[in-house]
Design a protein around this ligand. Structure first.
Ligand code: RIB
Ligand code: NA
Length: 318
């Protein structure tokens, strides 16, 4: 059975409070709404790809607990294969405490728990799926060794890889760059990895060039409302594109980057010959839908919620 998109990554239960602003150290403030949702960067990306119509499998680990059981059901409800979803009694399902302010910005603390027990043996079990996937996606909410091993296994089998270095770590193993067909990060992650302060499109271009030098085949730096910068190593001088984002009113940007990556994975698997900037422009529109609703996965659109032209083979006029 060949999957379009296989994600090796995290699952978290999101515990979300909406408040007028983010609290300061030592401060207690009143929020106005609390809800529990399905999150974790890996699972978010997988769910977005699945909702767009990709055949997906998730390689991850949850606890033998209530949240873990619920999460497995969530994958099933979204048509994601759970064949490689492991359950452990040795740690709890990952949890994320999230505060969202009135501007739609957030602050997040994750306790990765069971996610950190995903390891080499789990990857070996998933190898048949991993090695035949069209696209493999991984991030940094599981052990970095596991993420890197997944990328290497994909590379050895000529599977296209998307690596999302989130949350970013300063001393990233240089092999991550070489194992990434698409290296996709946001402005703060790009800054932490390269030391280049990223505020403008031009800055992102510089940071992106540095990431290309480290061996990525292409780089996408997402800039929120400023859209994205896309760089491709095959055309070092001409290969820099700024893809602007259509303006939207954000109520909750939590997981917007994951919606973007899930959509990108869908496009890379489904329209492999489409120019990367075109995929990025479309993925931006999908993520733009997600920020207009509260919640992480709860806000991710299905194919039926999106304009038909996002699924057409024809290139859209930009
Ligand atoms: O990227 C958003 C995600 O980060 C949330 O769903 C939360 O679980 C954290 O992992
Ligand atoms: Na949202």
């Amino acid at each position: 059975e060949a999957f379009d998109v296989v994600v090796v990554g995290s699952c978290m239960t999101d515990l979300v409070s909406q408040a007028p602003r983010l609290p300061k150290a030592g401060e207690t403030i009143h929020g106005h709404k609390f809800f529990i949702g399905f999150g974790g960067k890996g699972a978010n990306q997988c769910i977005q790809a699945a909702r767009m119509g990709a055949k997906t499998a998730m390689v991850c680990k949850v606890g033998k607990d209530f949240f873990g059981e619920n999460y497995i059901q969530n994958f099933k409800d979204n048509g994601v294969s759970t064949e490689f979803v492991g359950q452990t009694a040795d740690a709890a399902t990952g949890a994320a405490s999230i505060v969202v302010n009135d501007a739609g910005e957030n602050a997040i603390v994750i306790v990765a728990g069971a996610n950190l027990l995903l390891g080499g043996e789990d990857l070996q079990q998933a190898l048949p799926a991993l090695s035949h996937a069209k696209v493999l996606v991984s991030q940094l909410e599981v052990s970095p060794d596991t993420s890197l091993q997944a990328l290497r296994l994909a590379q050895e089998n000529n599977v296209k890889t998307i690596f999302n270095p989130a949350p970013a770590i300063p001393d990233l193993d240089p092999d991550f760059y070489r194992a990434s067909v698409v290296f996709c990060c946001n402005e703060s992650e790009a800054e932490l990895l390269t030391g280049v302060a990223v505020a403008t499109v031009e800055d992102a271009g510089h940071a992106g060039q540095e990431l290309l030098r480290r061996g990525c085949r292409s780089v996408i730096i997402t800039l929120g409302s400023q859209g994205c910068v896309v760089l491709s190593g095959q055309e070092p001088s001409t290969g820099l594109h700024h893809v602007p984002a259509k303006p939207v009113t954000a109520v909750d940007t939590t997981g917007a980057g994951d919606s973007f990556i899930g959509a990108l994975a869908f496009y890379m698997a489904t329209f492999p010959t489409m120019p990367l900037q075109e995929m990025v422009s479309r993925a931006n529109q999908v993520a733009g839908v997600s920020v207009q609703k509260i919640g992480t996965q709860a806000s991710y659109p299905y194919k039926k919620d999106l304009p038909n032209n996002l699924f057409s083979r024809q290139q859209l006029a930009n």
